[in-house]
Design a protein around this ligand. Structure first.
Ligand code: DQA
Length: 150
């Protein structure tokens, strides 16, 4: 029997405020719209998907640890913690689940402090500047990676 791939989509601080927060950068869609969009993409790809959002670094670490042995891939937008958190990098390295980093905006074109990404060192890929579609592209990368590993 073919096992359905399971992907966990994690969003960090302030992404629960999508739609309200700087819409000129992040768009008008809400967090619920994002979840719906990614759910649709997952359905089309034939993968199972779960979502987690938190504004707290330790809670994000806990959720990554809990993914061990449960999920085949992680899509993570650590938001501001991208640029500060060694703890999140260590967590993804600990569980060794293929992880793709996503940013709604193109961080490479923004402030200097956004040019550092700790999580990237533990990720198999990065997607940025593609809005909500970037999360679907990240899932496609994980699916392709699993196919290659067969
Ligand atoms: C972000 C970019 C980060 O620099 C920022 O702190 C965020 C969102 C993005 O999705 O574009 O909160 O990760």
């Amino acid at each position: 029997m073919v096992k359905t791939m399971r992907i966990l989509v994690i969003n960090g601080p302030n992404l629960n405020m999508l739609g309200i927060r700087e819409p000129e950068i992040y768009g008008k869609g809400t967090y619920d719209d994002l979840v719906e969009h990614v759910r649709c993409g997952a359905r089309a790809l034939g993968v199972g998907v779960d979502f987690y959002q938190s504004n707290h670094e330790g809670d994000l670490v806990d959720r990554i640890q809990q993914a061990y042995g449960v999920y085949d891939g992680i899509v993570i937008n650590p938001a501001a913690y991208t640029h500060t958190s060694v703890a999140l990098l260590d967590a993804v390295k600990t569980v060794e689940i293929p992880t793709v980093e996503v940013h709604i905006s193109d961080v490479s074109q923004r402030e200097d402090f956004r040019q550092v990404s700790y999580i990237r060192l533990g990720c198999v890929g990065t997607v940025m500047g593609k809005g909500f579609d970037g999360y679907v592209e990240a899932m496609e990368m994980l699916v392709a990676g699993q196919e290659d590993a067969k």
